[in-house]
Write a protein that binds this ligand. Structure first.
Ligand code: NAD
Length: 464
């Protein structure tokens, strides 16, 4: 099977160039087009041509119709998302529904003009206008949800988009492009796929006026460098190495489930998943036992199997990377309280793993593992825990867990992150401004902040 590119509202079969692998088997099951230079330019041109009408169109109604179309297709598209990404079918369906909800939520959001001065002789207003064709680049962990997070604010603000999914997971996004070509005006949303350097060429294309990117820190730096010569603004949503601090007064039985799933949902492949746990030394054994019991019993399998809660890792390189980080920690003296390595079966399955006795310098602590393996480290004082949680170039999110909520809030305020939670992690509404600090990102997405980020201000002076 394959899916076409969407360029200017037309389905373009393109040239096959991407093999798409089912991570549950490790075998190729489909192909996707490798967009040529000419097709990329046609997509950017189509976005340009569509922009003048789109910026004055009834965008709210059109985006609501797009949301309805995605929601109506969720059952049909979920198996394709599971096949290319690996997640359980119910999660794939939920991702599609959430993408539709995000589009619907943003449909009517617009930055409000602001009167700066009105002194009876002159009125001065700040207004906002869209920037033009936006390049939107998504990763493979939530292909649809993150594509929606890119396109919803950009389109709501009055821009047009050229969207590029990850080469590992292009199919559901291409399929959505084809679906929405029947709902949105031609050229408003163009979808292209292909191996790198397609993303780099898209970012550097002179017709692109702004770039919104979600992916790794390393690629984010390259995106900023490619956008630099054309002086194009970029929004970068990058990796995280989120710490969870479990305070001495935490109610371990009450929080264990939430903490476990904050680390292991989507097989640990979430930018803002818990990636390190710091627990008060005298609560360590109780917490490790609780997490290990869950890791040892969670059903792992193909996403298409209805009993599965954790699927495979999505890509072969990521599977090898997680296995390598776990093996390195174990050979350095860490102990696996659960799991400890890949599962002996086809596909990219790794046992849910809880590691103890890990050193602060182990790579599974210093780097973003992005997989189903969680190091649990002890601390002696809360000050020390905060210092170690902050001792990272990342600054996406973090959480603090304890019964005394005011005390936990005081600790959470000290985390160098864009979002901090008390007694939860991963919870987020479409309205939240989402921004990483330090190396975890540049710019803000989410709700009205995200829509404003896709506009530029201009000032209008007029007689009162
Ligand atoms: P990645 O950086 O390898 O790739 C992301 C996208 O960038 C892909 O579409 C890829 O084809 C494209 N790309 C690669 N090189 C490029 C270049 N030079 N110019 C332009 N585009 C280029 O990331 P990934 O492995 O797909 O995703 C995992 C990473 O994404 C993790 O680090 C994760 O934390 C991060 N992530 C961040 C967020 C967030 O909102 N902060 C959300 C999800 C994932």
């Amino acid at each position: 099977m394959s899916e076409p590119l969407t360029i200017g509202g037309r389905a373009v079969a393109g040239t096959p160039g991407l093999d798409v692998v089912d991570p549950a088997t490790g075998r190729v099951f489909a192909t996707a087009p490798a967009c040529t230079d000419a097709e990329l330019s046609a997509a950017v041109d189509a976005a340009h041509d569509a922009w003048p009408a789109w910026r004055v169109a009834d965008r709210g109604a059109a985006l609501t119709a797009a949301a309805d179309a995605i929601a109506a297709a969720a059952d049909d598209l979920a198996p394709l998302l599971t096949a290319e990404q690996g997640k359980p079918l119910a999660d794939a369906r939920a991702e599609l529904v959430r993408a539709a909800d995000r589009l619907r939520h943003h449909a009517f959001l617009r930055p409000e003009p602001r009167v700066l001065r009105d002194d009876g002789t002159e009125r001065v207003e700040v207004r906002w206008r869209p920037v033009g064709p936006v390049a939107a680049i998504a990763p493979w962990n939530f292909p649809v949800q993150l594509a929606a997070a890119k396109i919803a604010p950009a389109l709501a603000a009055g821009n047009t988009v050229v969207l590029k999914p990850s080469p590992y997971t292009p199919l559901t996004t291409l399929s959505l492009g084809r679906l929405l070509a029947g709902v949105l005006p031609p050229g408003v949303l163009n979808v292209v796929s292909g191996p790198e350097p397609l993303g780099e060429r898209l970012v550097a294309h002179p017709g692109i006026r702004q770039v919104t990117f979600t992916g790794s820190v390393a690629t984010g730096r390259r995106v900023a460098a490619s956008a630099g010569p054309n002086l194009r603004p970029v929004t970068l949503e990058l990796g995280g190495n989120d710490a969870a601090i479990v305070l001495p007064d935490a109610d371990v039985p009450a929080i264990a489930d939430a903490l476990f799933w904050s680390a292991f949902a989507n097989c640990g492949q979430i930018c803002m998943a818990v990636k390190r746990v710091y627990v008060a030394a005298d609560r360590h054994d109780e917490l490790v036992d609780a997490l290990a019991a869950r890791a040892a019993s969670v059903p792992v399998g193909a996403g298409s199997d209805p009993g599965t809660r954790l699927g495979p890792l999505t890509t072969a390189p990521q599977y090898r990377r997680v296995a390598g980080l776990v093996a390195a920690a174990l050979s350095g003296g860490a102990r696996a309280a659960a799991g400890g390595g890949p599962l002996d079966r086809d596909g990219y399955f790794h046992a849910p793993t809880i590691l103890t006795g890990v050193a602060d310098t182990d790579r599974i602590v210093t780097e973003e593992q992005f997989g189903p393996a969680l190091p649990v480290l002890t601390y002696d004082s809360v000050d020390e825990a905060v210092a170690r949680a902050n001792a990272t170039p990342y600054g996406l999110c973090g959480s603090v867990w304890g019964v005394d909520v005011d005390r936990a809030v005081a600790v959470a305020e000290r985390l160098q992150v864009g979002t901090a939670w008390v007694n939860s992690h991963l919870r987020m509404s479409f309205d939240d401004p989402f921004a990483g600090t330090k190396d975890s990102g540049l710019g803000v997405s989410g709700g009205e902040w995200g829509v404003s980020a896709h506009t530029e201000p201009y000032v209008l002076h007029r007689p009162s």
